[in-house]
Design a protein around this ligand. Sequence first.
Ligand SMILES: Cc1cc2nc3c(=O)[nH]c(=O)nc-3n(C[C@H](O)[C@H](O)[C@H](O)COP(=O)(O)OP(=O)(O)OC[C@H]3O[C@@H](n4cnc5c(N)ncnc54)[C@H](O)[C@@H]3O)c2cc1C
Length: 425
Amino acid sequence: MADKARIVVVGGGVAGIEVATGLGRDGRAEVVLADRSLSHVWKPMLHTFAAGTARPDRQKVDYFAQAKRNGFRFQPGTLVGLDRQARRIALVVEEAEDRPPISLAYDLLILAIGSRANDFGTPGVAEHCLTIDDLTEAEGFHAALRRHLLRALRDQDGLSVAIVGGGATGVELAAELKHAIDMMAQYGSADLPGRLRLALIESGPRLLPAFPEKVSAAAARTLADLGVEVRVGAMVSAADEAGFDLKEGGRIDATLKVWAAGVKAPDVLATADSLERARTGGLIVGPDLRTTRDPSILALGDCASLTDPVTGRLVPATAQAAHQQARHLVRALRHALANGGLGTPLPPFRYRDRGAIVSLADFNGWGTLGRYTFGGGRLNGLSARLTHDLLYRQHQFGLFGPGLGLATWIADELDRVVSPPVRLD
Ligand SMILES: Cc1cc2nc3c(=O)[nH]c(=O)nc-3n(C[C@H](O)[C@H](O)[C@H](O)COP(=O)(O)OP(=O)(O)OC[C@H]3O[C@@H](n4cnc5c(N)ncnc54)[C@H](O)[C@@H]3O)c2cc1C
């Protein structure tokens, strides 16, 4: 029997883990998933881990276990190099950085390594601001928050937190932090909410620029009611130990500074052997998700730059788009493997705008429904928050199948009953 084609997927986030799982179950190719981390988390939950209103240990998916259950192999390692001629990638394994990189051969390489916040080179940001782009960073933020809260309580002092970026991440993080502090106050520190000063800084004219103006205005009102100082049209020109300088003059002082603005592709793609890249650093792909200069390398999710041929707009860097691309690619590659192999032309991907949802912890939530499916209506409050949760459950059901997906959901709900609503450790 001929050797199976080898598909290597790098990045086991929203898109990558779905692709590896779908192709692994198919069984026609040898599938390897590589990730720098040992477990997958649903990135849209990171702000809840940062605030402490959700526990990552319950939500992590172990890559080794997922691989065993679904017929693919997991290789831990950080992508550090690509040799297109030899069709090999180089991975560095944590704790073994002094050893030569692992070299992995591929017939088809699928890059799904996501994105990071973009500080646009603003002075001081790299040194003084935290980001919440992966679980390690979200946990790092939570540890810093806890440390500063304990110090504030000990010294009968205040704590100031400033978040830069009024998109969904910044808005959701601000609300989640307020929610977390309110919850903590119930466990013996009633004066804690009064000690927190929370600021949200956005350079554009309004919060949530991807949403209709009404939603932006309502979100700003909700945050203001919660005591968050919302500054729109405020461009940060520098960060230092004690806060932010604003371009138009003035300052916002803060002990904890979070950068949640902009999106850029991981720096490793700059060394990706002359593949064509967009301004944000993402790999430019055609509608079949193949990179423009090498058909044996595909990219999807946040690290890909794809212009929708119908609207002429870039497909957004969202979990929704990453999920749709992953589902499309699994179907297309399964079909190709069954009908002539990996060189077979792949059908074009079409992005369906199913709308956007923003959830302000337990306080409120809004959604716009994609005009393709629902005719552009809106959701409010509870229904938007439930829809937000359902996106995650849909992802889990895809990874685990219906039985295990349901069991996990029930276990999460039971955990919610027995555990405190906020992390106190
Ligand atoms: C706090 C927050 C809230 C969000 N909320 C929403 C939301 O409500 N709705 C929505 O649609 N989107 C939301 N997003 C955006 C969404 O999370 C991303 O668009 C989505 O995760 C992109 O999926 P991906 O598969 O491209 O990348 P990711 O899910 O980021 O996965 C990338 C994977 O690649 C791995 N990786 C990275 N670099 C390397 C490397 N060099 N070598 C090996 N592995 C590597 C990472 O460990 C990770 O597992 C949010 C993002 C954040 C940060």
